[in-house]
Design a protein around this ligand. Structure first.
Ligand code: NAP
Length: 259
């Protein structure tokens, strides 16, 4: 399918690997020029060169911590006028409800709620002026179905979801859509880190921890970054203009609900 977005310009944060990179790959395959961000400059540069070489699009790497005001300024300056924004950053650490103090919550809110809000506030006016735009926020299945040990993520992402629900309807009249993609378990370094914690706590191998988790998913496997990216690119396509303010689960059926 021709996604109709060849020559558009996208910013993807948290994009040197994992789900952000999956989105970058799929948008590049659709002919979109990219500005990619992550903190680690070396891995980011390698990802940018690799994607540019394989897809023949322009890819500009901007290394910065996107959860800081300075990082956001640097990245937005480099990005310039955007048609597409995909927000992403690392997730907060796991723990117990009684572990977390005010500073932990502030860090989680900054990373997983206020950073996407700031990026949207900076990008939406230009999209509105040009009468076309696409925003996809990478959140988590935890918005619909809490992951008990990820209380910081559950809380911060629920806040972002509420903001998007209203904002998506305010910008829709201008041809701009905002939607959230909610990953269930996907095979990335983040999943390895979480499974590593489970393996250590339960005295089992990493492979055993993965197999046990996969067995709980109706699809009986982890999702891939490529599958995730394909959905992201579709939401950014010309065909998705009537999809507004939705929270789309990509979880292999893990969330058990009829509707
Ligand atoms: P990942 O494989 O660890 O990749 C995270 C990417 O974001 C990397 O490129 C990383 O590069 C970058 N990043 C992290 N913190 C950043 C920051 N402060 N500023 C700029 N870039 C940053 O993670 P993932 O699995 O793709 O997960 C992406 C998001 O989806 C996370 O928020 C995660 O919690 C959520 N999620 C993932 C899963 C899953 O199963 N994978 C499930 C539910 C939710 P640098 O470290 O170099 O900055």
């Amino acid at each position: 399918m021709d996604l109709g977005i060849t020559g558009k310009r996208a910013l993807i944060t948290g994009a040197s690997k994992g789900l952000g990179r999956g989105c970058a790959e799929a948008l590049a395959a659709a002919g979109v020029d990219l500005v990619l961000n992550a903190r680690g400059a070396e891995a980011l540069k390698a990802t940018a060169s690799d994607i540019a070489a394989r897809h023949g699009v322009t890819v500009t790497p901007v290394a910065a911590d996107i959860t800081t005001a300075e990082g956001q300024e640097t990245v937005l300056q480099a990005a310039g006028a955007l048609d597409i924004l995909v927000t992403n950053a690392g997730g907060p650490p796991p723990g117990l409800w009684s572990d977390w103090g005010r500073e932990d919550f502030i860090r989680a809110l900054d990373a997983n709620m206020l950073t996407p809000v700031a990026l949207m506030k900076a990008s939406l006016p230009g999209m509105i002026d040009r009468g076309w735009g696409r925003v996809v926020n990478i959140t988590s299945q935890s918005v619909k179905s809490p992951i008990a040990q990820l209380g910081l993520s559950n809380a911060a992402r629920a806040g972002l979801t509420g903001y998007v629900a209203g904002t998506a309807r305010q910008v829709a009249p201008h041809g701009v859509t905002i939607n959230n993609l909610l990953p269930g378990i996907h095979a990335t370094d983040r999943a390895d880190a979480l499974d590593g914690g489970v393996a250590k706590a339960q005295g089992i191998t990493l492979d055993e921890a993965r197999a046990r988790r996969a067995a709980t998913v109706p699809a009986r496997r982890y999702g891939t970054a490529a599958e995730f990216g394909a959905m992201c690119a579709f939401l950014c396509s010309v065909h998705a203009g009537y999809i507004v303010g939705q929270n789309i689960l990509l979880d292999g059926g893990a969330f058990n609900a009829t509707l």
